[in-house]
Ligand binder design. Structure first.
Ligand code: BGC
Length: 249
């Protein structure tokens, strides 16, 4: 195995996914391997799954890993809205990593944004770019002239007294059986609010639901240009691997 392939792991509220990433091309070089996120989603059980993902690729070397919460110093978990609360304060780089396979952690929205700005649809776009990953939660990554402002948590802005992600994430589609016609007005309100707060030049929409972007985007009417993430659902894995490569001394 050449060192140009780095293992990227994407931790989500429902699945933990991994693939080897070709850093030159900024794409997954293998099929994604997915294992269900254990419930309750506690650090020990998830560390076991992390080990299984690593074993699946028979991999040793630097690993990049996304986390669905705020991550400080590429290692310490500060929030875990959709996982078990016992994650808060855990040094995930220490828990998942080893001498041969050091792990670099990054917020999942930030990782997806990095990949899109470097290798995807955001490449070369100046001004303010806001990437929103729509999944179990709502992740955000904010870039100004290509530079990431880490750990923005705009998925939790309060709209009409409610945490935005409890209204507009794709989990509500599954939990309440909403059609795109029923869900899109919620995303409309969310994007309008983000527009008024950040005045972006571009919205990039990612997460699993971005695969069906053509179906629901016509139901949304905002003034900011809005595009689907080009990495579709793989951007998190690619961005995580990029972060790991940047962290290797
Ligand atoms: C978390 C974010 C995360 C997003 C997407 C939110 O609940 O607070 O940190 O990026 O979900 O997983």
């Amino acid at each position: 195995m050449t060192r140009d392939l780095i293992l990227g792991v994407d931790i989500g509220g429902s699945g933990m996914k991994a693939a080897l990433v070709d850093l030159d091309q900024g794409v997954m070089a293998t099929k994604r391997h997915r294992i269900k996120t254990p419930r309750p989603a506690m650090p020990g059980a998830m560390a076991d799954v992390f080990g299984q993902l690593k074993d699946h690729f028979d991999y040793s070397g630097p690993i990049g890993c996304t986390f669905p919460g705020v991550i400080q110093n590429a290692s310490v978990v500060k929030t875990a809205a959709n996982l078990d609360a016992s994650w808060v304060g855990v040094d995930a780089a220490e828990l998942f990593g080893s001498k041969d396979s050091p792990v670099t952690l990054m917020n999942d929205g930030d990782a997806a944004g990095l990949a899109e700005m470097e290798h995807g649809i955001g490449n070369g776009v100046d001004g303010t770019v806001v990437m929103i990953t729509i999944g179990t939660g709502l992740g955000t990554a904010v870039f100004t002239d290509g530079k990431l402002v880490r750990n923005t948590e705009f998925g939790h802005i309060e709209i009409n007294g409610l945490d935005a992600e409890t209204r507009a994430s794709s989990r509500v589609i599954d939990d309440f059986g909403l059609s795109f016609e029923q869900w899109a007005p919620r995303m409309q309100v969310y994007l309008e609010t983000m527009e008024q707060l950040l005045w972006p030049n571009l919205f990039i929409l990612g997460g699993g639901i971005s695969k069906q972007f053509e179906e629901w985007s016509p139901l949304i009417d905002i003034s900011t240009p809005m595009v689907a993430a080009s990495g579709r659902n793989g951007a998190g894995i690619v961005g995580a691997a990029m972060a790991a490569a940047a962290n290797v001394p």
